[in-house]
Design a binder for this molecule. Structure first.
Ligand code: HEM
Length: 285
């Protein structure tokens, strides 16, 4: 069960670093989907349009080699390949999480140099290739001005081998893993029902690789139906606070501006029901 207290902080909404140390990296990349469907789906997207979901600049090749070695040490079977792009595809099929590498240029600025992103939350890895963090985060309103410098400093100061974790959340009308910008999806709307709202949790991992000195950034997606939060009174209160305190620009970026009143109503009705029906609320009240 996700740790909602961490995912929805007990504070007004703002963009946060939200980093915490983590002991083991192997567990993060170990398979958790007992059906294997997640990896089957990754293989399908990579077979259909490999260059849409997998990218590799020459500067990422040392990181690719090092990561494949580490993946094998952590217990993943990664097929060997003759060329680097094929090797990248093997790794992309072998792991459930997405991953990219950030590598510093001569100017010390970290740029996205390669990776496999089959399950993006409305972005495209090809748009970010070769770009610095400030460009990667440019669509997020006021992120660069609030925590952009902290992110750059964090990346520069990261110690090799030390593992960090953090989470991002978003809400969606679709429960698809792959929300690449090229796929048209239904948007949340003013009549949406609670069980048609999905929370996309991105469990992220940051690790500076000791040899290549690239940063491995993992993105493990978990999709949770909103009613799971509604079953948890504390999580309900905290999500309510996040949504109601969010600036309009942030809500617009998260595609929540128009649906926010509806979501707040669903959360409030749920709270009233949990408190014993004060006001007798149901969805139609
Ligand atoms: C300490 C490091 C980082 C922090 C604190 C951070 C923080 C954030 C935050 C707060 C958001 C907004 C998410 C939301 O609420 O909707 C975001 C979005 C995003 N981040 Fe990061 N991030 C970090 C590292 C990275 C790295 C290494 C990448 C590499 C690809 C990355 C890629 C993205 C992308 C693609 C988005 C969505 C941007 C878009 O809509 O185009 N982030 N990040």
């Amino acid at each position: 069960m996700p740790d909602w207290n961490r995912i929805f902080p007990d504070a007004d909404h703002r963009w946060i670093m939200g980093l915490r140390r983590c002991e083991s990296v192997g567990d993060y990349f170990a398979d958790v989907d007992p059906t294997g469907a997640m990896r089957v789906e990754r293989a399908e997207w990579l077979a259909d349009e490999p260059h849409k979901y997998a990218v590799l600049l020459p500067g990422a090749e040392p990181a690719l080699r090092e990561t494949v070695e580490l993946a094998r040490e952590w217990g993943t079977t990664v097929e060997a390949a003759h060329d680097s792009f094929e090797q990248l595809l093997h790794l992309g099929r072998a792991w459930e999480p997405d991953f990219v590498w950030m590598h510093p240029g001569e100017d010390g600025v970290y740029r996205l140099v390669g990776g496999v992103v089959c399950f993006p939350s409305v972005w495209a890895v090809t748009d970010k290739l070769g770009k610095p963090m400030s460009f990667v985060h440019e669509p997020v309103p006021e992120l660069n001005s609030s925590i952009g410098r902290q992110i750059d400093t964090f990346l520069k100061n990261q110690s090799p081998g030390v593992v960090w974790r953090r989470e991002n959340w978003s809400l969606s009308h679709e429960n698809w893993l792959n929300q690449h910008t090229s796929r048209s999806r239904r948007r949340l709307h003013a009549e949406v029902a609670a069980d048609d709202v999905w929370i996309r949790l991105e469990h992220q991992l940051l690790l500076k690789l000791p040899i290549s000195e690239s940063i491995l950034f993992g993105i493990r997606l978990e999709i949770v139906p909103l009613p799971v939060v509604l079953d948890d009174p504390t999580a309900t209160v905290r999500l309510t606070r996040q949504l109601s305190s969010m600036s309009d620009t942030a809500a617009e970026y998260k595609d929540l501006l128009n649906v926010r009143p509806r979501l707040l109503k669903l959360l409030r009705v749920n709270q009233l029901n949990a408190e014993g029906g004060r006001g007798g609320g149901d969805e139609g009240e």
